[in-house]
Design a protein around this ligand. Structure first.
Ligand SMILES: [Zn+2]
Length: 333
């Protein structure tokens, strides 16, 4: 008797659940899709005009920012920076080309060699980017420093239109960083967010520095941001770097591209590991293995380096010292 009653109530609950979700599902689903489509639709008009410089120039003149089109080394820039600052654009272009060349073994598929279109929106001020980027790119600003607008609703390999957005006051480093994301998406379809972000940090050639002023002495102390984050990690891990723990720590933010203090720290620490693997010339082997096995763990490092976990751990720590990421910087006030 008890069993029958119980089965009946489960049936009733299930039926009620089906009715409620049946009524709600369609509008909720439609609203979500509409919201996503309106937020994540890159401005097609911009790309439609991008084959013809004059037509693109006329198109961007409708935006009240005195925008100019600059084509330097194959990259298409839309900018309002002063023409005497164009050497910045040239230097960034040179860096981009060097990056494409240096990492040819990882990024065999070069987005410039095919139908993919990359536009770089480079404004004078971060405030202007905040105000106008949506009108120009079609997508709201994501990141605090700059961001990448693309056909996000498509799978990574099928995305064809990209707008890298950055501002002069925040720095050209953002352009290089965002370009690595484009290379990652065009070549490494598995790569989850945490590896994508850490690779962008490891490969873009611009180092991030943080400066502190000692108000008593007036001295300015400059640190590498990654060394500072490694110091923070060690403080909370008994001052020991155990490879296995280190990897499980950096993997914590593996699914969502949430930018907060901890995810940013995790990707910086993983970037150090990528740089180490790069110097040991196994970066591309490791990435191929990650793509193949669809995971990242100590075993992949052991396979690629042909060494034991302990040996890799010791060597990585030595490398961190050699490259001055260790010992952690001391801030004295
Ligand atoms: Zn990024």
């Amino acid at each position: 008797m008890f069993q029958i009653n119980s089965a009946k109530s489960v049936y009733m609950i299930l039926k009620l659940h089906t009715i409620i979700t049946g009524v709600l599902k369609l509008p909720v689903l439609t609203a979500t899709v509409l919201l996503l489509t309106s937020c994540l639709t890159v401005n097609r008009d911009l790309f439609r005009h991008s084959n013809d410089m004059e037509s693109l120039q006329r198109y961007v003149e409708n935006i009240h920012l005195k925008l100019r089109i600059v084509k330097d080394n194959g990259f298409l820039w839309i900018t309002n920076i002063d023409s005497n600052q164009y050497k910045q654009i040239h230097e960034t272009d040179e860096h981009l080309l060097a990056m494409f060349k240096n990492y040819r073994d990882i990024y065999r598929y070069n987005p410039l060699d095919n139908e993919r279109k990359i536009i770089i929106l480079y404004l004078k001020k971060a405030d202007e980017l905040k105000k106008y980027s949506r009108q120009i790119t079609g997508e709201p600003q994501w990141g605090p420093y700059g961001y990448l607008a693309s056909d996000y609703l498509k799978p990574k390999l099928k995305r064809k239109n990209f707008v890298i957005c950055a501002s002069e006051d925040v720095g050209a480093g953002t352009v290089l960083h965002e370009m690595v994301h484009i290379l990652n998406w065009s070549n490494l379809p598995y790569l989850p967010c945490w590896l994508d972000e850490s690779l962008a940090k490891a490969i873009s050639p611009v180092g991030i520095t943080v400066s502190y002023i000692n108000h008593q002495s007036g001295k300015v102390i400059i640190f590498n941001a990654y060394a500072l984050e490694l110091g923070e990690y060690l403080r909370t891990h008994k001052n020991k770097l155990v490879l296995r723990e280190f990897i499980s720590f950096v993997r914590k933010w593996k699914y969502l591209p949430i930018i907060n203090k901890q995810s940013s720290m995790s990707s910086s620490l993983m970037a150090l590991l990528w740089r180490y693997l790069g110097e040991r010339e196994v970066l591309s082997d490791c990435l191929m293995e990650v793509e193949k096995q669809r995971k990242f763990d100590v075993a992949i490092l052991e396979t690629c380096l042909g060494e034991s976990e302990q040996q890799i751990q010791d060597d990585f720590v030595e490398w961190l010292k050699l490259r001055k990421y260790l010992p952690p910087p001391v801030i004295s006030f």
